[in-house]
Structures are given as C-alpha cells and as structure tokens.
Design a protein around this ligand. Structure first.
Ligand code: PMP
Length: 415
C-alpha cells in the first residue's frame, strides 16, 4: 500500500516511500505474514550461528547477482554496509586511497561520511583521509554536458549524436584519469565507490559509457569497484534489477539497504569468495547482522517483487511519469530538468532555464508545502536542495502517477 494517514485521518500518497525504503508498499500482507511467522519461531541467535532464514535469504539474494558475487554479509543499515565495503577494499588491496564522486551520499558513520560529497552532508569531523572526490559526471550541470547521453527510456526532444564513443562520457572519464594520475601518489588504490544513479545528490545519472571507462582505470591500478545499490537496487530501475546493470558493469562489491527490508532494519554487502576470504581470518562480527526476522522479511520482499511483477511496474510507470513530467518542463520556466530511470525520478527546479540558477530555498519550501497540503509526499535532494525526488513504493498505480503529476502542475502554477 502506498497511502499514509495523519492523526486527523487525512490521506497522503507516499511517493517517497519513507526515504526510498518501503519498496513493496506499507504493511504488505505477505511480508507481514512472513515476519509474524518468524517472530513466533526464533528472534535472535547473533551471527555466531547460521540459521535457516539467513541461509535461505542469502541463496535467494545471490541468485539475483551476476558473476561471482556469491558471498553475503548481513548488517543493519546502509552506512554499516558501506563501512564494511571500505574495510574490505582496503584489507583486500593493502592500499588506502579511494575515489568517490562529487555529489555522492554513502552514509553518516565517520568512514562513510568521508565518502560523501553533497555539501550539506560533509562532516569535517569525519576526516577524509585517503578519500579523493572527482568532479561529477553530471549531464545537466557538468562542463561536458551529456544531457542527451543519459540512459533514459524517454527520449522526447533529445537524441544523442555521439558516434563510436560518447563525447560526454569521454570528457568526464578524462578528468577522472587526471585525478588518478595526480592525486594517488602510490599509484595503487583501494578502489572506487559510486551509486548507480545518485539519489540524495539529486537523481544524477551518468552518461552512457562513463562507468565502464572508470571501472577499467580503477582495476588497472589494482583497485576494487563498489556499487552502492542502497537506492537503485531491487528492480527500481525498471529495465534491470540492479542499477549497475544499466551501465553494463559488474562490480567487485555490492552494497544494499533501504528497500531490501521494506522498512525493517536490514542491509547487506555481497562480494566474491576471493575478496571475502580477506575477512575470513579476521573474526569479523556483527551482533544483529542476519537477524532471523530481518532475513525472513528480506526473502518475502524478494518474492513479492517477483510475484507482483514490481520491476515491470517500475519500467512502465517510470516511463509514463517521465513523459508527463517532461510535459511540465515544456510548460514551466522553472522546471529545468527531468531525469531518472524507472521509479527513481528527479525534477530539478531552477530560477531560469538559461542560467540554471537553483530555485531559491524559500520557493522550494513553498513547493514542498503545497504538495503536502494537496496530499502528496515527495522528497527533495541535490547539492542545492532544488531537486524534487519521486521514488515511491514500486507498487504504485497509473492513477497514483497521474495524481502526482496533477498535484505538481497545480503547485507549480500556484507558485
Ligand atoms: N547509500 C545511499 C546511496 C543512501 O541513499 C543512503 C541513505 N540515504 C545510505 C547509503 C546510508 O544508509 P543508512 O541511512 O541506512 O545508513
């Protein structure tokens, strides 16, 4: 279910799924049933013991991943998953330097905060020893452009004229190489960390061909590549189950959280047996990781995504929503960009299309108020806080999508 009620009984359409977390809908009956069943049988043994729910969930989850990504570590949040991924990268390579992208968000623990690069989430206390941020491959704001080179299902006024390789992707990859050549003095690196589409950073999609070039450069320097699938995983991109698949790359480590547990604390790191072997001798431990109730829920969520064809729903409704929102972009001067894939959509608001100056904070706050008053919950992100984020439960209907566009249209008109 995609509806929420406040204490006065007013109904809201939840088009942000908590924070992109309620993947199959609030209180889904089959997920509830799996949780209740497990609740009555076993709550906790710690991860000293391998219980049946861990085993079953790990089998189901790894079956969804390509290549040799077959070893799961279960933890409780996205930050914990990314912390563990960083530790694995550094332990496995024996190197310290990591690269993440400007505009990235990877969590709030000190380790993860050092990877973050959205200015409001930068934490000087986190330090950033060994983490380098390269300029972002942002096709709307970046200097090499590439708006037409994004992997979008809807190509309205856009067509990419790149021939054998993408000019925008080559431009961004070139400056990535420059950073590696100049800043990673040891010439050896632990690796590269990226979301497949940046979520908190404002639904930023990279031009086609950027990530494959980056993966090759990182691996040629001995580094590992990590895909943070906390927002992009579990069918949300529509065309694929994982965001990294839309770029044609296979990571060495995949981290996941949020939608994996539909709102229950559950997260995972999946990697190859070779990389996992690094931690095998280290007595790595996590008291709540692999909690039986969390794992039973994770299994049920995977079943529901498949049985209810939610990935397919993301593809169909994502295309419909992007097309309709493109219509608003044609009508309103302040709608600068519409982007995304599946049910991960961003609408960037600006003072004018020509200057791309981010819409003033007070106007953004007003839009958020107007939409909420009309019974619509959406999110907000981007380095300037000027991107509306539509990342709903994957079970929404066409009527919900149309209601969302209608409320946005009315709110933009009132502004
Ligand atoms: N990675 C990404 C891409 C995220 O969006 C988030 C949360 N917004 C995290 C990691 C951190 O997850 P958590 O809040 O569960 O620690």
């Amino acid at each position: 279910m995609q509806w929420l009620w406040d204490e006065k009984g007013r109904r809201y359409l939840d088009m942000f799924a908590g924070i992109v977390t309620v993947s199959v809908g609030h209180c889904h009956p089959r997920v509830n049933e799996a949780a209740e069943k497990q609740l009555k049988s076993l709550w906790h043994t710690s991860n000293i013991y391998l219980t049946r729910p861990i085993h079953e969930f790990a089998e189901k989850l790894t079956a969804k991943l390509p290549g040799n990504l077959k070893v799961c570590y279960f933890v409780n949040s996205g930050s914990e998953a990314n912390d563990l991924a960083m530790m694995l990268m550094r332990a496995h390579t024996g190197a310290w330097d990591l690269v993440s992208l400007r505009n990235a968000y990877h969590g709030m623990t000190p380790y993860c905060a050092s990877l973050c690069s959205v200015s409001s989430y930068k934490r000087p206390q986190a330090g950033n020893s060994g983490v380098h941020h390269t300029m972002n491959a942002d096709p709307y704001r970046g200097i090499w452009g590439g708006r037409n080179c994004r992997d979008s299902v809807v190509q309205t006024d856009r067509s990419c004229d790149c021939q054998s390789s993408c000019k925008a992707a080559d431009g961004y990859a070139g400056q990535f190489k420059d950073l590696l050549d100049h800043s990673i003095s040891s010439k050896k690196m632990a690796g590269f960390f990226a979301e497949s589409i940046q979520g908190v950073g404002g639904i930023v999609q990279f031009p086609k061909g950027f990530l494959p070039q980056v993966y090759e450069m990182v691996r040629s320097r001995g580094g590992l590549c990590v895909a943070d699938e906390v927002q992009t995983g579990f069918g949300r991109p529509g065309s694929h189950f994982w965001g990294f698949e839309t770029h044609g790359v296979t990571p060495d480590i995949v981290t996941m959280a949020k939608g994996i547990g539909n709102g229950f604390p559950l997260a995972a790191v999946v990697t190859t047996p070779e990389i996992a072997a690094t931690l095998a001798q280290a007595n790595h431990f996590n008291t709540f990781g692999g909690n039986p109730i969390a794992c039973a829920i994770g299994s049920a969520v995977l079943d529901v995504i498949e049985e209810d064809k939610l990935q397919e729903n993301c593809a169909v409704l994502g295309e419909h929503l992007i097309r309709e929102l493109e219509g608003l972009r044609g009508k309103f001067e302040i709608v600068g960009d519409v982007r995304g894939k599946g049910l991960m959509i961003g609408v960037e608001l600006v003072e004018s299309k020509k200057t791309k100056q981010p819409l003033a904070a007070a106007k953004m706050a007003r839009i958020m108020d107007l939409t909420r008053q009309s019974g619509l919950l959406i999110g907000r992100g981007g380095n300037f806080g000027n991107v509306l984020r539509i990342q709903p439960p994957m079970c929404i209907t066409r009527e919900d999508a149309d209601f969302t566009v209608d409320v946005l249209r009315e709110s933009l008109q009132k502004l």
